[in-house]
Design a protein around this ligand. Structure first.
Ligand code: GRF
Length: 207
């Protein structure tokens, strides 16, 4: 069984981050959360990481006003902690070209809908679920995809469906999808770990 070192990047609450950490602690997921990065210095993601003794860094336009310097700082944080796979969990910014190039084919993002529908720069948070409800969809879902230079357009690695129920509000739908995300990110990472899913850029070492 391969285990890999994860670098997790999150902007806000980090409930996916928390689910991944919990799965590594329980042994359900063979991975090592090695560093957490957030563009939001006050994010719950950073405090969750620190409370688990995972190295945690606030790296943003505030700490590094030049985009090139920020890209380099993020790359260095990931490389310094020997990260093999980068996991975006609610990261609200684009990654810079150096980081994208270094980790090409091994940066994952999770999106709360069935891409390519309901994706793109303006489609995040509640807006996704509002659009799904406004379109009268009976089914939505979760997509895990590789990260490229554009929002939500990289190759899809895994998808699962989530029902839209009669009487759903944005809140009830968002909660159902988020709960599914937690399990699905862990399941998908475990499939990468056991070789069921092979990432194009994966360099997962036997430990
Ligand atoms: C999730 O809905 C994810 O799909 C999206 O951002 C949200 C992050 O939630 N990319 P959390 O911070 O993990 O709770």
């Amino acid at each position: 069984m391969a285990s890999f070192r994860l670098g997790i990047i999150a902007s806000h609450g980090g409930s996916n981050l928390q689910a991944i950490i919990a799965a590594t602690k329980s042994g359900e997921l063979h991975a090592i959360p090695s560093v957490v990065i957030s563009n939001n210095g006050g994010s719950l993601a950073l405090s969750r990481a620190r409370s688990e003794d995972i190295p945690a860094y606030h790296l943003s336009g505030k700490t590094h006003p030049e985009p090139e310097a920020l890209d380099e700082a993020i790359l260095q944080a990931l490389v310094t902690h020997d990260v093999e796979i980068v996991v975006l969990a609610g990261h609200m910014k684009k990654l810079g070209p150096k980081t994208l190039r270094h980790f090409a084919g091994r940066i994952l993002n999770i999106h709360p809908a069935l891409l390519p529908k309901y994706g793109g720069q303006e489609m995040y948070g509640r807006r996704v679920h509002e659009a799904v409800l406004a379109a009268g969809e009976r089914t939505t879902g979760v997509t895990i995809h590789l990260v490229t230079a554009d929002y939500d357009t990289g190759p899809i690695i895994a998808q699962c469906e989530v029902p839209v129920c009669e009487g759903d509000t944005v809140d009830t739908l968002a909660e159902r999808v988020l709960q599914r995300e937690h399990a699905f990110y862990v399941e998908t990472l475990q499939k990468i770990s056991d070789g069921t899913i092979v990432l194009p850029g994966a360099m997962v070492k036997e430990r």
